[in-house]
Write a protein that binds this ligand. Structure first.
Ligand code: FAD
Length: 325
């Protein structure tokens, strides 16, 4: 137990979410370095069938209860507290999502565990867990040691490929019954509020031309729309663009918008803040165009060019149109 790693598996409408696989990939690397084992902690209602999708873990602990069917901070925290009381792991990983952050901090406060957040990568050296965390909108990369005996780490997307952990297998499955009365939770789930997809559902679009504050002004977005049309894609954006009313919220990628998994993500004048990257759990090719060579987006981009987006967009559109004849 002392060298084990636990991962809080998130599910949404009966599916294991992408960040859970990112955490399993991270957890596997830490557990291997420590010589411990990796346990997936799966809370929910009728979720036992999902254990077979968590083959990257050595074992899965399922807590199945109607009060856990939808995310309920109080009920989920009670169930995790019951598990951790029986023996907490060396590291407990949570996703950098609204529910993951809520639970991680609640659990840490209950037990006095330290929290590292948001962590992108981990390594184990001399028995210590070292993390790389991204702070101040991605402008500061902090290295640190995850203190023990139990440390909580909140994991952001970008450091590990979720596909690495999307493997079958037959982990050992135990079912745990909550000792606390989950029905007595002080909070109740009311309803999902879906992100606006009235004009387009960007989560289903394979080519996204995404504009950020570097686009300068509203009128310049037309050039990005023209490029998107030439490439057969759609325009998406970072938050400042939506906050200024230059594009509708249906186009927002990130923590407060949509999660997207494009084949091509062309980031035009986007710095790559953790809140933006939260909406990009995976991509096939990410091309960053940003005049600041130290912008955090370059830490994850497949290709990049430190040029002015306003000069590049019309030239690129012309080239794409010419190539298509
Ligand atoms: C609770 C919370 C939720 C949030 N949710 C989201 C969210 O869902 N989505 C989201 O995106 N953000 C979100 N944010 C905001 C986030 O923290 C960042 O502020 C935001 O992502 C920054 O957007 P940006 O990259 O467009 O702007 P900036 O960080 O200002 O970056 C602009 C980039 O453009 C580059 N640039 C400038 N001019 C040019 C040029 N001519 N050519 C090329 N490059 C140029 C600059 O070098 C800079 O790197 C949230 C914040 C909070 C606190």
């Amino acid at each position: 137990m002392a060298q084990d790693v636990w991962v809080n598996i998130e599910t949404l409408r009966g599916e294991v979410t992408e960040i859970s696989y990112t955490m399993l990939a991270a957890g596997k690397a830490i557990a291997k370095g420590l010589g411990g084992s990796l346990r997936a902690v799966l809370l929910g209602g009728n979720v036992k069938g999902l254990a077979g999708k968590l083959g990257a873990a050595d074992s899965v602990t399922v807590v199945d209860h109607p009060a856990l069917a939808d995310f309920n901070p109080d009920a989920h925290l009670l169930a995790l507290t019951d598990l951790a009381k029986k023996g907490a792991p060396r590291a407990f990983l949570f996703g950098q999502t609204a529910s993951g952050t809520d639970l991680a901090c609640g659990l840490a406060a209950k037990f006095g565990f330290p929290v590292a957040s948001p962590c992108r990568t981990f390594k184990v050296e001399g028995g210590e867990i070292l993390f790389e965390a991204v702070t101040c909108g991605g402008k500061i990369i902090a290295d640190g040691k995850l203190p023990g005996p139990t440390g909580v780490a909140i994991v952001m997307p970008g450091g590990y490929k979720p596909e690495e952990a999307m493997v079958g297998g037959s982990p050992k499955v135990d079912e745990a019954s909550p000792e606390s009365d989950l029905g007595a939770a002080r909070t109740r789930f009311r309803a999902y509020i879906e992100p606006d997809t009235s004009d387009v559902d960007i989560s289903k679009i394979p080519i996204l031309i995404s504009v950020g504050r570097g686009i300068g002004q509203k009128e310049n977005i037309d050039a990005a729309k023209e490029l998107a049309a030439a490439l057969g894609g759609e325009v998406s954006s970072s938050r400042p663009i939506v906050d200024q009313g230059w594009l509708p919220t249906s186009r927002l990628v990130g923590k407060s918008g949509k999660s997207v998994k494009p084949k091509l993500y062309l980031a035009l004048g986007i710095s790559g803040s953790p809140e933006h990257m939260e909406g990009l759990p995976s991509w096939e090719t990410l091309v960053a165009i940003n005049t600041d060579q130290k912008a955090p987006i370059y830490d994850v981009a497949t290709f990049g060019a430190a040029v002015d987006v306003l000069e590049l967009i019309p030239k690129l559109t012309e080239k794409v149109k010419a190539a298509k004849g």
